[in-house]
Design a protein around this ligand. Structure first.
Ligand code: AK6
Length: 273
C-alpha cells in the first residue's frame, strides 16, 4: 500500500489497543493505523534504555535483517520510527498469542498439531538459512501463533534478549535449547537451529525439553552426551524425527529442506487445517 511506502509514521497515526506484553526494553501494544484501519503490534522502547544497554548497533542490524525477510511463518517488521523519548517498531500482530502459553495450558500437543507446528518452523528456518540468517534462539517463547494454527517466528537474527513478551520463569530453560557445540563453545552454524528444532519438537510432544534438570551443570552434561530419553507414549515416527534432529555431529543432523518427506510429517499432513 502507498501508505506503507512512505516512512514518516508518528505515534498519532495509531490508535492504541490492549497491551500485549512487556520485556526489558519496552512494551508491546495491539494498535490500529487510523488512516488504513490496519491492525498491527507496536513495540515502544525507551531511547535511554536502548542507549544504556548499548543495543543501538544491534538494533540497526536487526532492522536490516528484517527489512528483507518475507515469509508467511516469520513475523513481519513493517517499519519503525522514533520521537523525542521512544523508538517504535511496527510489527505484525499474531492474533493467537504466544505459543509457550498455549503449550503450558495444553501441557503437550497431539501429533497433528505438533507436526504442523514443526513443519512451519522448519519452513521458516529453511528460508532464513538460505539468507544466511541463523536464529540461534529458537524456543516456544519466540514463537507466536496466528489464526488457523499459523506459526510466526520472531526475534530472529539477533542474540539480544527479545523484549516484548514474558520469558520462561526458570533460568535453566535458557540452557535447554543449546546444542553440544555451543555448550562446548565450539564453532557453530545454522545447524544449531536444527538441533533447537529437535528440542522444540520433543517439548511439543512431551511437555518439557529433553535435557531439563534441576541444576544447569547436569543439563550441560546431558546435552554434551546427548543423553536423550524419549517416553514410550511418543509415536515411533515422531521419535525417529527427534533422533534425526538431535544428532551430536552438526553435519549429521536432519536437513530441514527434507522435512516434508519424513514419514511422521507425511502421515499427519493429511489432517492439518
Ligand atoms: C520481527 O519481530 C521482532 C523484530 C525485532 C524485535 C526487536 O525488539 N529488536 C530489537 C530491539 C532493540 C534492540 C535490538 C533489537 C522484536 C521482534 N519481535 C518481538 O519482540 C516479539 C513479538 S512483539 C509483537 C507481537 C505480535 N503479536 C502478538 N500477539 C500476542 C503478543 C504479540 C506480540
Amino acid at each position: 500500500l502507498p501508505r506503507q511506502l512512505h516512512k514518516n509514521w508518528k505515534i498519532s497515526d495509531f490508535e492504541l489497543g490492549r497491551k500485549l506484553g512487556k520485556g526489558k526494553f519496552g512494551k508491546v501494544y495491539c494498535v490500529r493505523e487510523i488512516a488504513t484501519g490496519f491492525v498491527c503490534a507496536l513495540k515502544v522502547m525507551d531511547k535511554c534504555e536502548l542507549l544504556n544497554y548499548k543495543v543501538e548497533k544491534q538494533f540497526v542490524r536487526e532492522i536490516e535483517i528484517q527489512a528483507n525477510v518475507r515469509h508467511v511463518n516469520c513475523l513481519r517488521l513493517y517499519g519503525w520510527f522514533h520521537d523525542q523519548k521512544n523508538v517504535y517498531l511496527i510489527l505484525e500482530y499474531a492474533a493467537e498469542g504466544e505459543l509457550y502459553k498455549v503449550l503450558k495450558s495444553k501441557r503437550r500437543f497431539d501429533d497433528v498439531t505438533a507436526s504442523y507446528y514443526t513443519f512451519q518452523v522448519a519452513s521458516a528456518l529453511s528460508y532464513l538459512h538460505k539468507k544466511h540468517i541463523v536464529h540461534r534462539d529458537l524456543k516456544p517463547e519466540n514463537i507466536l501463533l496466528h489464526f488457523n494454527n499459523q506459526i510466526k517466528l520472531s526475534d530472529f537474527g539477533w542474540s539480544v534478549y527479545a523484549p516484548g513478551h514474558s520469558k520462561r520463569t526458570t533460568m535453566c530453560g535458557t540452557l535447554d535449547y543449546l546444542p553440544p557445540e555451543m555448550v562446548e563453545a565450539k564453532t557453530h552454524d545454522e545447524k544449531v537451529d536444527v538441533w533447537a528444532l529437535g528440542i522444540l519438537l520433543y517439548e511439543f510432544l512431551v511437555g518439557r525439553p529433553p535435557f531439563e534438570e534441576q541444576n544447569s551443570s547436569t543439563t550441560y552434561k546431558r546435552i554434551a552426551k546427548v543423553d536423550l530419553r524419549i517416553p514410550s507414549f511418543v509415536s515411533p515416527d515422531a521419535a525417529d524425527l527427534i533422533r534425526k534432529l538431535l544428532k551430536y555431529e552438526p553435519e549429521k543432523r536432519f536437513k530441514l529442506s527434507e522435512i516434508g518427506k519424513h514419514p511422521w510429517i507425511l502421515k499427519n499432513r493429511l489432517h492439518w487445517p
